[in-house]
Design a binder for this molecule. Structure first.
Ligand SMILES: Nc1ncnc2c1ncn2[C@@H]1O[C@H](COP(=O)(O)OP(=O)(O)OP(=O)(O)O)[C@@H](O)[C@H]1O
Ligand SMILES: [Mg+2]
Length: 366
C-alpha cells in the first residue's frame, strides 16, 4: 500500500514542471525525500537556486491532495546556493560562491540596467548579492543604484562596499573623478579590477554580478581569462549589428572556456506610453535566433519602456521602483532563470570547505 502511494506521489511530482529549470520536479533532481504514513504523505525538496518556497509548496500540496488516495500532504522546501565551477581552474574568490559576468558585444545595449536589475531581483528572491561595476568606460552602477562618495577602508586595508537596496556595491567609478575621461592601458585595467575584486570586503555572497566593459577587445579578453567566472550572460538588442557584436562576445567566452548562461534580449519591442501599443522597432526575434544558433537559453526579452530608463536614472531600478509590476516580474523571471541555469552547471567543491591548517609536531607552535 505504502509503496503504491509512494509511486503515486512520484508520478504527481513528475507532472509538476519547474518553470525555471525547464524540467519536472523528479527529473530536475530536487526531490530529497518522500514519506508515506497511511494516507498522509510528506515530501522534501531541495533547490540550489532561490525559489519562492511558499508558492511552490502550495502548488505541490494542492497537486498531491487532489489525488483521491492522499488525505493530507506536507511539503518542505529548502534552497541553498552552491558554488559552481569556474573556467580553466582559476582560483575562486574566497566566500564568493558565484561570479556572474554581464557582458555585451557593444555599448549602449542596456547592459548596466540589466546587471542592476538582475542583482536586485536575486536579492529580492532571498540571495546575498554584490555588484562589481567593472565598466571602466562608463561606470554607471553608482548612479543607477543611487550611491555616491568614496568607499571607506577598514583596519585590514580592505575597501568596504556600499550597501544599496540590500546589495553590496563596489565600482571603479568610486575611485575616479566623475566626468574625467579615463584613458586606461590594458594591464592597468586588469590589475585595477582584480584589486577591486580581491581587496573589497564582500563577506559571504551567493552571487557577485559584474558589469563588464562592453566589447570584445584585449581588455575584455584578459578579464574573461582572469576573473573566476561561474557564468556569463550576454545582453544584446535585436538589431542585426548588435547581434553581430553579441556573437563575437559569445565567441570570446567560448574561447576562454567561460560558461555562458544565456542571452538577454533588451529593447525587444517598444511599448507606447500613450496607447500601450507594442512595436518591434529594432527587428524581431534576433536574440531568439542567437540563442538557438549557440544552443544557449534565451533568459529574457525585455521591452523598451520609458519607465526602465527613468528608474535607472533615479537611483532605484525597476525591480525596487515598481516591485509589483509586470515589468519587475519580467526581471524576476530573468534572474531566476539565470540562477536556475547556473544551478544545473557542475559544482565547485573546493569552495565552502574549511581551511585546513596543518601544524607540525605536537608541541608549542609559537
Ligand atoms: N529596456 C529599456 N527600456 C528603456 N530604456 C532602457 C532600457 N534598457 C536600458 N535603457 C536605458 O538605455 C540607456 C543605456 O542603458 P545602459 O546604461 O544600461 O546600457 P549599457 O549597455 O550599460 O551602456 P554603456 O555601454 O554606456 O555602459 C540608459 O539610459 C538606460 O536607462
Ligand atoms: Mg553600462
Amino acid at each position: 500500500m505504502g509503496a503504491t502511494i509512494k509511486s503515486r506521489v512520484e508520478a504527481i511530482l513528475a507532472g509538476i514542471t519547474d518553470k525555471y529549470l525547464g524540467k519536472d520536479l523528479l527529473a530536475a533532481g530536487v526531490v530529497r525525500a518522500i514519506g508515506v504514513d497511511g494516507k498522509k504523505v510528506s515530501v522534501r525538496l531541495q533547490y540550489a537556486y532561490p525559489v519562492d518556497r511558499g508558492a511552490l509548496a502550495q502548488r505541490v500540496v494542492k497537486a498531491l491532495e487532489d489525488d483521491a488516495r492522499i488525505d493530507a500532504a506536507v511539503v518542505n522546501i529548502d534552497w541553498k546556493v552552491v558554488a559552481h565551477a569556474v573556467q580553466n581552474e582559476l582560483k575562486p574568490v574566497a566566500r564568493i560562491k558565484n561570479i556572474i559576468a554581464v557582458a555585451s558585444g557593444k555599448g549602449g545595449v542596456g547592459k548596466s540596467t540589466v546587471a542592476a536589475n538582475l542583482a536586485l531581483a536575486l536579492h529580492r528572491a532571498g540571495a546575498s548579492v554584490g555588484v562589481l561595476d567593472a565598466d571602466i568606460y562608463g561606470p554607471s552602477q553608482p548612479r543607477m543604484l543611487g550611491a555616491t562618495g568614496q568607499p571607506e577602508i577598514n583596519q585590514d586595508n580592505k575597501l568596504l562596499p556600499k550597501m544599496v537596496h540590500g546589495l553590496k556595491l563596489m565600482s571603479i567609478g568610486f575611485l575616479v573623478e566623475e566626468d574625467t575621461p579615463m584613458i586606461w592601458r590594458g594591464p592597468m585595467v586588469t590589475s585595477a579590477l582584480q584589486q577591486l575584486l580581491n581587496d573589497t570586503e564582500w563577506g559571504e555572497l551567493d552571487y557577485l554580478v559584474i558589469d563588464l566593459p562592453p566589447g570584445t577587445g584585449d581588455i575584455q579578453l584578459t578579464l574573461a581569462q582572469k576573473i573566476p567566472v561561474a557564468g556569463a550572460i550576454i545582453v544584446t538588442t535585436p538589431q542585426d549589428i548588435a547581434l553581430l557584436d553579441a556573437r563575437r562576445g559569445l565567441g570570446m567566452f567560448n574561447r576562454v572556456n567561460v560558461s555562458v548562461l544565456g542571452v538577454v534580449e533588451n529593447m525587444s519591442s517598444h511599448v507606447c506610453s500613450e496607447c500601450g501599443h507594442e512595436e518591434s522597432i529594432f527587428g524581431q526575434r534576433g536574440g531568439e535566433q542567437l540563442a538557438r544558433d549557440f544552443e544557449i537559453p534565451l533568459l529574457a526579452q525585455l521591452p523598451l519602456d520609458i519607465r526602465i530608463r527613468e528608474h535607472a536614472d533615479s537611483g532605484a531600478p525597476t525591480v525596487v521602483a515598481i516591485p509589483d509590476s509586470d515589468l519587475a516580474g519580467r526581471y524576476m523571471d530573468m534572474a531566476l532563470r539565470t540562477a536556475a541555469e547556473l544551478s544545473k552547471r557542475p559544482r565547485n567543491r573546493a569552495v565552502g570547505l574549511p581551511n585546513i591548517v596543518v601544524q607540525s609536531g605536537s608541541g608549542d607552535n609559537r
